[in-house]
Ligand binder design. Structure first.
Ligand code: KMH
Ligand code: ZN
Length: 275
């Protein structure tokens, strides 16, 4: 079985210090959180950026500063900026980090009810536009799917040439408005992707660790972090993203799955070698 790629989604756009005081907003806090995750075994950082007051932004310069600082602190780590941003942002606002030519970026594959009156909008044309941009710039998309229908969309746009093989999916499970977080739902998604595709699973809240266990056993990969879950166990806040990564590492070790280094993760995902 391939080694396990652990992604840390350290920050998100919605989670606040009110939910967990360790949620990072400033550049220094982002570096601190990325470093705890990297030292614990994460080979990839899924990154949103915020202004110092916690307001989400997709500002290119903010991304540049945070990405450079994380790259310096965590040599070799794969940095995967979000093109999802936050609800209500325009496409071009969301795409700014692609101008920095990251190795990877997220590509959200459908529209989602996001609670209350909020809609996370990704029309077919938006997905095509983002896919085309990533092909032009040699960025490997992580295909964020919040439901089975979004896998169908990704496969359709793959056939039309907007997404290249081998595809890499992120099953984001248990989001209000998306698919649930049960093992049955996981198997449904997992059985719906092409045989040459890779996947990671990001379970929201209480679904995070059970779905991590399922992916570890299945040969998939795992995403954890404050974007998805702020608790280490029921009622116990994680002190850092690193604590969540360390828990996944312990589970993987117990289940006999080795952890991928960043360069091994690049190989598994078919990314070009970097230092
Ligand atoms: N913050 C959500 C609206 C992504 O990073 O691509 C979108 C999101 C997905 O987090
Ligand atoms: Zn995200």
């Amino acid at each position: 079985m391939e080694k396990l790629i652990i992604t840390a989604a350290i920050c998100g756009a919605e989670v606040l210090k009110e939910h967990n005081p360790a949620v990072p907003y400033t550049v220094e806090e982002c570096v601190r959180e990325a470093l705890t995750a990297y030292q614990a075994g994460a080979s990839m950082i899924h990154l949103h950026v915020r202004y110092d007051d916690g307001t989400p932004t997709q500002d290119k310069e903010r991304f540049r500063v945070v990405m450079e600082a994380i790259a310096k602190a965590c040599p070799g780590v794969i940095i995967q900026p979000s093109t999802g941003g936050a609800v209500g942002m325009t496409n071009d606002e969301r795409l700014q980090a692609t101008e920095l030519n990251p190795e990877m970026a997220t590509l959200d594959c459908g529209t989602l009810n996001f609670g209350g009156d909020e809609i996370f909008q990704n029309t077919e044309n938006t997905i095509k536009y983002f896919g085309q941009r990533m092909i032009e710039r040699g960025i490997k998309p992580e295909l964020e799917v919040f439901d089975k229908s979004m896998i169908e969309m990704a496969l359709r746009l793959h056939k039309k040439g907007y997404i290249l093989s081998p595809m890499h999916f992120d099953f984001v499970m248990g989001v209000n408005g998306g698919i649930g977080g049960s093992l049955r739902d996981f198997l449904f998604l997992r059985g719906s992707i092409p045989s040459d595709a890779t996947y990671t699973v990001a379970g929201l809240g209480r679904f995070e660790m059970p779905l991590a266990a399922a992916a570890i056993i299945d040969g998939g990969h795992v995403r954890v972090g404050f974007e998805d879950n702020v608790f280490l166990s029921k009622g116990v806040l994680a002190k850092s993203n690193g604590e969540l990564v360390a828990k996944v590492v312990r589970m993987a070790v117990e289940l006999g799955r080795e952890i991928a280094t960043p360069s091994e993760a690049r190989q598994i995902l078919g990314l070009p070698k970097r230092k």
